[in-house]
Ligand binder design. Structure first.
Ligand SMILES: [Zn+2]
Length: 354
């Protein structure tokens, strides 16, 4: 016998945070139930098909959810279709992190801010390559967990600290990509003016000092850097990025950073001097960056300050302009080569120690 669904049944379903799609396909909607669902259409997120005529109908998840909202409303919001889509995006990014070996064991974590004070995040002790949407947790900006059967990651405190300090941060990704992490272990900031991609989408990458993972102190040290930088290396640990666009965009920064660190590392082994492009070329990239709405503290700096790589090449400063090659105006950087050799030796020595 076909189930008859009344307005009260639908209200109860939403109150329990269940998906209206769970209604049986052949359920009979009472006329008032059909009107009720249609009234919710447009701002709703649950899509169901009216079995009597096949037209799509929708029921809404609660809006303007805050930490003060009722448990039922927070649960319903956590289970709605829009949030489900974001959970799937987190799982997708987790899979890509794992496939690229940017995470190991249960390492790495991902978060998306869905309201001023509520955040979706990954659980603890789960491989990022095999997460399911139902594993995702729901926390406030202090790390208190509201929903999700699994316990949230302890490292969420760092993500939340970034979101508190950087209001534009919609999503954050933390992982341990080996080449980028090697720079963090060697405490060497990646050099600049070598590959355009990182200059446009990231910029300079600072290193936050090491603290025990999951401690508030670790989060604060990283957060100190996120007003100027969208990607930060964490000393003796890994890397974290934030995006004002999406979780995929935050993940892209990890791909760009890791590819860059790998390329610089490989280039440093080739025995030829590394070249940087000129400060004028970087100016051009910063202009592109501005049109994309990506901030960079170097916008507005003098040309001579742009590619000085002071941290990476001690002693090179504005007063010592880089030589220009005849053919393509890019600069041959003997100093960089020397420092790469020094870094290589330093890292190899450290690795050789027990
Ligand atoms: Zn970590």
């Amino acid at each position: 016998m076909r189930q008859v669904i009344s307005v009260r049944d639908i209200e109860e379903l939403i109150r329990r945070g269940e998906n209206v799609r769970s209604l049986p396909d052949d359920a009979l909607l009472t006329p008032s139930a059909r009107d009720f669902l249609r009234d919710l259409e447009g701002n709703g997120v649950y899509k169901v098909t009216d079995s009597s005529n096949g037209t799509p109908i929708a029921a809404a998840a609660p809006k303007n959810i805050t930490t003060k909202s009722s448990k039922a409303d927070i649960d319903a919001f956590f289970r709605c279709a829009d949030i489900h889509k974001l959970k799937e995006e987190i799982c997708d990014v987790g899979k890509r992190l794992w496939q690229r070996a940017y995470v190991d064991g249960n390492g790495g974590n991902i978060a998306i801010r869905v309201s001023d004070e509520l955040v979706l995040c990954t659980p603890t002790l789960v491989s990022k390559g095999f997460m399911k949407p139902e594993d995702i947790c729901f926390v406030d900006l202090e790390g208190n967990q509201f929903c999700g059967p699994k316990k949230r990651t302890s490292e969420i405190l760092m993500h939340l600290e970034i979101m508190k300090r950087q209001p534009r941060a919609k999503a954050t990704v933390h992982c341990h990509p080996p080449h980028a992490t090697a720079f963090a272990v060697a405490q060497v900031e990646p050099p600049t003016c070598m590959i355009p991609e990182i200059e446009v989408f990231i910029g300079k990458v600072p290193i936050a000092p090491y603290r025990t993972p999951g401690t508030p102190e670790m989060g604060k040290l990283v957060a100190d850097l996120v007003d100027q930088h969208n990607t930060v290396l964490m000393g003796n640990h890994g890397a974290v990025s934030w995006s004002h666009v999406s979780v995929e965009d935050a993940y892209f920064k990890m791909e760009i950073l890791e590819a860059y660190c790998r390329t610089v590392w490989v280039a440093s082994q080739l025995g030829a001097p590394l070249k940087t492009f000129s400060a004028q070329h970087l100016q051009d990239l910063l202009k592109i960056k501005q049109t994309l709405g990506i901030p960079d503290p170097r916008i507005g700096l003098k040309e001579c300050e742009l590619c000085d790589n002071n941290e990476w090449r001690p002693g090179v400063s504005c007063a010592a302009p880089l030589p220009v090659t005849r053919e393509d105006s890019s600069t041959v950087d003997g100093e960089a080569e020397k420092v790469v050799q020094q870094i290589t030796t330093m890292i190899m020595e450290r690795m050789a120690k027990p």
